[in-house]
Design a protein around this ligand. Sequence first.
Ligand SMILES: NC(=O)c1ccc[n+]([C@@H]2O[C@H](COP(=O)([O-])OP(=O)(O)OC[C@H]3O[C@@H](n4cnc5c(N)ncnc54)[C@H](OP(=O)(O)O)[C@@H]3O)[C@@H](O)[C@H]2O)c1
Length: 236
Amino acid sequence: MDDRVLLITGASRGLGAATARRAAAAGFRLSLVSRNADSLAPLVEEFGPDTAMAVGADVTDWTQISGAVDATVRRFGRLDAAFANAGLMLPVSFFGTGGADPESWRDMVLTNVHGPAITARAALPALARTAGHLVLTGSVAGRGIRPAPASLYSATKWAVTGLAGAIRAEAVGTGVRVTLIQPGLVDTEMITDEQRAKPTLEPDDIARAVCFALDQPPSVDVNEIVVRPTGQDPER
Ligand SMILES: NC(=O)c1ccc[n+]([C@@H]2O[C@H](COP(=O)([O-])OP(=O)(O)OC[C@H]3O[C@@H](n4cnc5c(N)ncnc54)[C@H](OP(=O)(O)O)[C@@H]3O)[C@@H](O)[C@H]2O)c1
């Protein structure tokens, strides 16, 4: 049994919910974060109120995400790991040939870049006290240039790649570990039907990778894990 405490953003579905299930089975106590706390209620019921708490917080809002970390430490007494996972994908064309309205691009940049940055800032003081672990969800799109419609999404995930390295550099001497998970295509609500027709991973495939990193001894810092479905074009 494990009594470590893990906070997960984007916990209500997809990769976050799958990781919550696997971590709960391993004995973690969980702080589950998404904008809509009601959507987290079924998971809290599934794991039980002694194991899991739900916090409605927007990762783009410093007051809300730092409040979520504070509430977690108040409830469970400590924070051992944070999974900065919340993200969204909007289609973009820089030539204006379709895709989302430029006014909405800000939401994706804030959620995918500002979100994990301030989630890290909120969690790291508590993680430093436990020689804890920060895990960030990047993407294989943060390793290579992607054409429209995934171009700006790809740029946000390049930023997450840089963020993980920058935080790891600042963490030297603190005992805190930083893991960047870079999934290929995963069958969640985020992907389109056209993408779903291609080889895809299941969310639990990424949950296993997250738990692998979390299960290493304190002396082992798994820096990066790249997981693609078998048959995914490495350039896509
Ligand atoms: N699916 C893929 O193929 C794939 C591949 C590589 C990387 N990723 C990355 O994996 C992560 C999870 O994606 P997913 O596929 O599991 O997506 P998903 O099924 O759409 O889940 C997204 C989660 O993020 C939450 N969320 C969105 N915006 C938020 C915000 N501003 N504040 C707090 N929570 C927010 C959502 O809940 P609420 O709506 O209730 O807030 C939901 O729980 C993302 O970072 C994504 O970029 C996905």
